[in-house]
Design a protein around this ligand. Structure first.
Ligand code: NAD
Length: 359
């Protein structure tokens, strides 16, 4: 089986799907599309590159099929096998070496704190010097999944006083085990969903959460938001009112920033804005790509582990009765085989889709 890697083409994407020590030979992109059985990518290749894929070939990467189910339909129609690491079952221990969402979220959570510290005009740690005493920064992390927990650990290592909040009750002990304080809201009860993920809040819950969070947000110097709900636009956690109540010099890093909207009012991916009351809002944009060596090393191991799992006797052996394969195989044998992606391609029957109403 010939497995090949093409150079990423998205703007600002500096990661690679395999690191040099796993590569046998360097050839032209044209040769790859002509001869490779399996093409490994980080993110979704450009439309032009997709057009080069041929029947019987397979592509493995983070293809975000829930955000763009049409891509799966197009690849299926062309006879391409599409495999996306985004769909890996997260809580299955044998899948952990393949968990690219976790490895990339780890990088992102770490980098988000460095970005916040870079924008913040004061120290993170308590400093007692002859020139005076600096009180430690108070950092609040909203959403304490993989990225949030890494952000908490990193902010603690820099000496900040850290709090964390999540709608999944199990995250309380994880936050506390890192030496941070868990913020409990009285207005929102558990919103644990399937597969370890959060469910979307109802409109009433959302409003109550935003109002109760505002008081906590105002008491912090730095807020890092990471909240996501699979297949939905990120929930709005930091409203305009909450931002207005923050002290000048405060910093917010929105890791949920996306074209559909983020966790913070007024954030845009890749943009940093300073509000009228002096609060800096950073819309994070592909933070893992800003630490490409660490991110690529981990991703390379994840994708290699998945490829080995999918291979029998030197060829891909697609079998969606396997839990891992059922999560990652999106298109095969001319069909969209992933249930959640296939259901998004059905004509709407009244339920909101990926870009349905949220906030
Ligand atoms: P994610 O990126 O989907 O979301 C980030 C966090 O946002 C989650 O913790 C989620 O609960 C939270 N969130 C969503 N809506 C929210 C809201 N309205 N308010 C506050 N917080 C909100 O999550 P993730 O980091 O990919 O982790 C997903 C799950 O997978 C977690 O349960 C995690 O523990 C689990 N996981 C398990 C393993 C393992 O068992 N080995 C590995 C990785 C992840």
């Amino acid at each position: 089986m010939k497995a090949a890697v093409v150079k990423e083409t998205s703007p600002g994407e500096h990661r690679v799907a395999l690191v040099p020590d796993a590569i046998a030979k360097i050839v032209s992109a044209a040769e790859i599309y002509r001869t490779a059985d399996v093409i490994l990518t980080v993110t979704r290749p450009s439309d032009a590159a997709m057009g080069e894929l041929r029947q019987g070939q397979a592509i493995i990467g983070m293809l975000a099929p829930l955000a763009d189910p049409e891509l799966a339909a197009t690849l299926a129609a062309r006879g391409v096998t599409a495999i996306s690491l985004d769909g890996l079952p997260r809580t299955l221990s044998r899948a952990q070496p393949m968990d690219a969402l976790t490895s990339q979220s780890n990088v992102a959570g770490y980098k988000a704190v460095l970005v916040a510290a870079g924008e913040f005009g004061r120290f993170f740690p308590l400093l007692i010097t002859a020139a005076g005493t600096a009180r430690p920064a108070k950092v609040l992390v909203l959403g304490t999944g993989v990225a949030g927990l890494q952000a908490i650990g990193t902010a603690r290592r820099l000496g900040a006083v850290v709090s964390g909040y999540d709608v999944r009750p199990t995250s309380k002990s994880e936050v506390e085990s890192l030496g941070a304080t868990f913020v409990e809201l009285t207005s929102v009860s558990s919103a644990a969903g399937e597969g370890g993920y959060a469910r979307e809040l109802t409109a009433d819950e959302r409003q109550a959460q935003q109002e109760e969070l505002s008081g906590h947000i105002a008491r912090h110097d730095v807020v890092i938001t990471t909240a996501q709900v699979p297949g939905r636009r990120p929930p709005l956690l930091v409203t305009e009112e909450a931002i207005k109540a923050m002290a000048p010099g405060s910093v917010i890093v929105d890791m949920g920033a996306s074209a559909l909207g983020g966790n913070v009012t007024g954030s845009h991916p890749g943009q940093t804005v300073v509000t009228g009351n002096g609060v800096t809002i950073v819309g994070a944009d592909n933070l893992p790509a800003t630490m490409p060596t660490a991110a690529s090393n981990a991703y390379s191991r994840n994708i290699s582990a998945l490829l080995l799992h999918l291979t029998r006797d030197g060829a891909l052996a697609i079998d969606t009765s396997d839990n891992i394969q059922a999560g990652v195989v999106i298109a095969h044998d001319g069909k969209v085989v992933h249930e959640a992606v296939a259901s998004l391609l059905q004509p709407a029957e009244g339920g909101p889709g990926v870009d349905g109403p949220s906030d």
